[in-house]
Design a protein around this ligand. Structure first.
Ligand SMILES: *[C@@H]1O[C@H](CO)[C@@H](O)[C@H](O)[C@H]1NC(C)=O
Ligand SMILES: *[C@@H]1O[C@H](CO)[C@@H](O)[C@H](O)[C@H]1NC(C)=O
Ligand SMILES: *[C@@H]1O[C@H](CO)[C@@H](O)[C@H](O)[C@H]1NC(C)=O
Ligand SMILES: *[C@@H]1O[C@H](CO)[C@@H](O)[C@H](O)[C@H]1NC(C)=O
Ligand SMILES: *[C@@H]1O[C@H](CO)[C@@H](O)[C@H](O)[C@H]1NC(C)=O
Ligand SMILES: *[C@@H]1O[C@H](CO)[C@@H](O)[C@H](O)[C@H]1NC(C)=O
Length: 491
């Protein structure tokens, strides 16, 4: 049971994969925008091209991003946020308008190569309490009908990115996989519909989460370089949980009559900060291991051939909800500013490693820190740090993180600087009473992993900022209290 990862006492599968004989898929990337200062779309499109990334998956249909992708030759999966499913399920007209505005207009006038519409994002996640159970399938049907009506039925396919806990296995063997009893009828109806319309089954697979949720999960099984107790499933040998997870899904599809269903790995990746297991070394090991694993087109034990996958994620997003954990803002293979985090070869096109973003504009070389004259006993300190962390990003502080080695004063400075940078270095954002000061000496400890950031100039700060915070409400209060209590534990 443990091997695949346990959620609510059930096996959950964690990984990815799919192939069509004779087709080699280039790697794709998820491009999310829940950031206080997203890189300008034109810079990101150049970054994708410079690195030979041939496909992107978006979480909505931002017209600025789609315009930037115009003529790029990059394949696009546009997304429909869960919040829109209700209206699209209840109105064919709304679906037609959505397709007209967010697909047809870009395909025809701007030559954006839209290949898929992703209807919803993990709408059946158990944490969503069934909120989207009744609207997802009707929304999918309406979008498909609208695509056909728009004359795009052959060109643009539909899919639903689904979390891997909709299937499970009764033992560690993938061949025992099936869809979860409580959701099987719905999933099978959806699979039939996708199959009839040439769509694909998109699944997000996260070995990191298995390790995060279960300290007894065998770490080596999460990666791709060998596992001491491989699983022998009637002669098929599994030594990484990705293959096992993928083939658990295949077994489920097979059992329900869809042995040839296309599978897309919608998200796969490893975070670099905010948790013990989230660091540069582990992320490099996982992502490079995955790239090497799929590069030969050997596929999984049950389905040899190319695997169609999108890395999660391209760039860190500092406004994501940290309800899942502090690692949530650190999934990028790039930092927020388009700096590569580690060496990663994505295949033929970028041989040596990741190419950095070019043309990025930074704010001034200055930071907000705890003033040397301030005392750690100052009665305002706790509130000030709490305020800074709840409004900005302190997920790189704490046990097992990139800034774990900071002393108490360093912790406070980090919090102040994060707030100052996210507020575009406005002087009013470095006015913690009697505590803070602006400096032009880099407070980052030399040679280490902890970086006190300098913010970039946002593409269109006002629209993106409000968007970033409104699409996925951040449960600030809970995390804020946790962070503050941790941060102050030693003060
Ligand atoms: C197009 O997509 C955007 C971004 O997801 C959304 O805000 C907008 O409502 C959509 N347009 C229509 C007509 O549905
Ligand atoms: C789901 O239910 C739990 C427990 O009742 C609640 O804490 C949580 O906020 C709910 N989540 C959503 C997205 O409704
Ligand atoms: C799956 O594909 C194989 C090989 O192309 C074919 O023989 C078989 O009939 C297909 N099965 C179904 C259920 O479509
Ligand atoms: C990346 O690889 C190059 C050459 O193999 C090496 O010189 C460089 O130090 C590596 N960079 C990192 C961040 O590991
Ligand atoms: C710095 O803050 C983190 C949590 O945010 C805490 O775990 C750590 O103990 C603090 N270090 C010091 C020296 O105060
Ligand atoms: C700042 O410190 C001075 C004494 O050093 C004190 O009189 C003043 O009240 C403090 N201001 C605030 C806002 O705490």
């Amino acid at each position: 049971m443990r091997i695949l990862g346990v959620k609510n006492g059930l096996w959950i599968s964690m990984i990815l994969g799919f192939m069509v004989l004779g087709t080699v898929y280039g790697i794709g990337a998820n491009w999310g925008t829940q950031a206080t200062h997203p890189l300008p779309p034109k810079i990101v499109v150049k970054l994708l091209k410079d690195n030979g990334i041939q496909k992107v998956k978006l979480f909505d249909a931002d017209s600025e991003i789609l315009n930037a992708l115009s003529g790029s030759g990059i394949e696009v999966m546009v997304g429909i946020p869960n919040e829109m499913l209700w209206s699209l399920a209840n109105s064919l007209g709304a679906a037609e308008k959505w397709v007209e505005k967010n697909v047809s207009s870009h395909v025809s006038s701007n030559s954006v190569d839209i290949k898929y519409v992703a209807v919803g994002n993990e709408p059946f996640l158990s944490q969503l309490n069934g909120t989207f159970l009744s609207t997802t399938f009707p929304a999918l049907q309406n979008i498909q009908a609208a695509l056909i009506k728009a004359g795009l039925g052959n060109r643009v396919k539909v899919t639903i990115p689904i979390n891997a806990d909709v299937y499970q296995s009764s033992s560690e063997k993938p061949s025992t996989g099936d869809f979860r009893q409580d959701i099987r009828d719905l999933i099978v109806s959806i699979v039939k519909f996708l199959s009839d319309n040439g769509g694909a089954f998109t699944v997000n697979i996260y070995p990191f989460i298995s390790l995060y949720n279960d300290p007894n999960f065998p770490a080596d099984y999460a990666f791709f370089d060998g596992y001491s107790s491989p699983i022998d499933d009637n002669g098929k040998i599994y030594n990484n949980v990705f293959d096992a997870n993928h083939d658990t899904l295949l077994s489920a599809l097979q059992k329900n009559g869809f042995p040839n269903m296309s599978i897309i790995i919608g998200e796969i990746g490893w975070p670099t900060d905010g948790d013990n297991n989230a660091n540069l070394k582990a992320a490099q090991r996982f992502n490079q291991g995955f790239m090497t694993h799929i590069s030969g087109g050997k596929g999984t034990p049950m389905r040899p051939g190319p695997i169609d996958a999108y890395l999660f994620s391209l760039i860190d997003e500092d406004a994501k909800s940290i309800q899942p954990g502090n690692f949530e803002r650190h999934w990028g293979i790039y930092y927020f500013d388009g700096t590569p985090k580690y060496n990663l070869s994505l295949g033929a096109n970028n041989g040596g490693g990741l190419v950095p973003a070019s043309g990025v504009r930074y704010l001034s070389r200055q930071w907000c820190v705890l003033s040397p004259s301030a005392s750690l006993d100052d009665p305002q300190l706790a509130d000030s740090v709490g305020y800074a962390c709840s409004h900005a990003d302190c997920t790189s502080l704490g046990h097992g993180t990139s800034c774990a080695d900071l002393d108490a004063r360093g912790n406070v400075s980090y919090a102040f600087n994060s707030y100052y940078q996210e507020n575009d270095q406005q002087s009013s954002a470095c006015k913690f009473p009697n505590l803070s000061m602006i400096t032009n000496i880099d407070p980052s400890p030399p040679g280490g992993t902890c970086k006190f950031k300098i913010m970039i100039q946002a593409s269109s700060p006002s629209s993106h900022k409000s968007n970033a915070f409104s699409t996925k409400p951040v449960n600030v209060n809970v995390m804020f209290l946790v962070i503050v209590s941790l941060l102050l534990s030693v003060l």
